[in-house]
Design a protein around this ligand. Structure first.
Ligand SMILES: *[C@@H]1O[C@H](CO)[C@@H](O)[C@H](O)[C@H]1NC(C)=O
Ligand SMILES: *[C@@H]1O[C@H](CO)[C@@H](O)[C@H](O)[C@H]1NC(C)=O
Ligand SMILES: *[C@@H]1O[C@H](CO)[C@@H](O)[C@H](O)[C@H]1NC(C)=O
Length: 365
């Protein structure tokens, strides 16, 4: 093309450039849309393939974002699947985890799901909340859960999971709640659990865990609830337990823990519930127990404690229940027990207590 003078030539070039740019932008955005449509269609197919929505698709709603329990983002990608208590049966594996890369929330608790947790769970890398509580899941916890780095809540409780707690669980640095209770998990508690610095609740109760409580548990400084009850744990309660300054509830009942109650425990002045019963703790009940001013429940029944009942127990004026039964305590009943004006239940039976019952106990109205 012949350009008469400079300005005309430039105008033509600018026009061609603008037209090309528009075309490119248009093609690119069309491709983008079709990628979203395709991804969204894969998610829709995966929901249909599970068979779980068969009776849950409202009439005239072909858009799966409107189906029961489904939430999508503005691009139509699924972020939440919530089908708790929905009478779903069959294998968990029927939901193809690989199809939901944007999923943040998955709640399938309280159904009748069976089979194992497949390694594909690792593809849910945006997941923040995973609740598979109260199903019939079996097999082991796959080590691929290490990829769920955004997870804040992991609840696999009340299933039939077996094998070990994978040490890879230590990668879940954002975890605030870890509940693996009421399964058949065996072997030891991995020391990597100490990496979960944001944990507030740790429940490993009612499994077959053995070995000692790792001292790394003392790193969990935000922990408010620790339940290791009803396992086969042995050894001592580690000194490091005294670092858990936020602890409100400590449950280690029904294990074979022994040795003395560590004195560091009495630094945990936020403690409200302390269950040490059905173990083999020996030595005396330290006077420092009087520091735990917020205690409402104190259960030390069925252990091998000796010595006197400390009079400092009288300082625990929030106590509702005090159970020191089935030990080898040998002293008289301290009259300070009469100060526990909130007390509803007192059990000192099956010890070697002697002397008179102090008049002060009549104050426990
Ligand atoms: C699950 O989805 C992925 C990705 O779409 C696919 O490659 C895989 O074959 C699917 N698995 C099953 C069991 O359908
Ligand atoms: C877990 O239980 C299954 C049966 O559900 C059994 O086949 C498997 O050997 C067990 N695995 C471990 C590690 O105990
Ligand atoms: C307490 O039990 C441990 C073993 O668990 C034992 O080594 C220790 O001597 C016992 N201490 C007392 C005071 O009975």
């Amino acid at each position: 093309m012949e350009c008469g003078f400079f300005n005309t030539c430039r105008a033509v070039i600018v026009f061609i450039w603008a037209a090309l740019t528009l075309l490119i932008v248009h093609v690119a955005s069309a491709t983008n849309i079709s990628i979203h449509v395709a991804a969204s269609e894969i998610e829709r197919q995966a929901l249909l393939n599970s068979g779980w929505w068969k009776d849950r698709i409202p009439h005239n709603t072909s858009d799966h974002c409107g189906w029961v329990g489904i939430t999508c983002d503005y691009e139509g990608r699924i972020t939440d699947i919530g089908l708790a208590e929905s009478k779903i049966k069959g294998e968990l594996g029927r939901l193809n985890f690989s199809c939901f890369p944007n999923l943040q929330y998955l709640d399938l608790s309280n159904n009748n799901l069976s089979g194992s947790i497949l390694s594909q769970i690792g593809s849910l890398s945006n997941l923040k909340y995973l609740d598979l509580d109260r199903n019939n899941l079996s097999g082991t916890i796959p080590k691929e859960i290490r990829s769920l780095r955004n997870l804040k809540v992991l609840d696999l409780s009340n299933n039939n999971l077996n094998g070990t707690i994978p040490k890879e669980i230590g990668s879940l640095r954002n975890l605030e709640v870890l509940d693996l209770s009421s399964n058949n998990l065996n072997d030891t508690i991995p020391k990597e659990i100490g990496s979960l610095r944001n944990l507030k609740e740790l429940d490993l109760s009612s499994n077959n865990l053995n070995g000692t409580i790792p001292k790394e548990i003392g790193s969990l400084r935000n922990l408010e609830g620790l339940d290791l009850s009803s396992n086969k744990l042995n050894g001592v309660l580690p000194q490091e337990i005294g670092n858990l300054k936020s602890l409100i509830g400590l449950f280690v009942r029904n294990n074979t823990l022994g040795g003395p109650i560590p004195s560091t425990l009495f630094r945990l002045t936020n403690l409200e519930v302390l269950y040490l019963g059905f173990n083999q703790f020996n030595g005396t009940i330290p006077r420092e127990i009087g520091h735990l001013k917020n205690l409402t429940y104190l259960f030390i029944k069925v252990n091998k404690l000796t010595g006197a009942i400390p009079s400092t127990l009288g300082q625990l004026t929030s106590l509702l229940q005090l159970d020191l039964s089935s030990n080898q305590l040998h002293s008289s009943i301290p009259l300070e027990i009469g100060s526990l004006s909130a007390l509803e239940e007192l059990d000192l039976s099956d010890n070697k207590i002697h002397g008179i019952i102090p008049d002060e106990l009549t104050k426990l109205s």
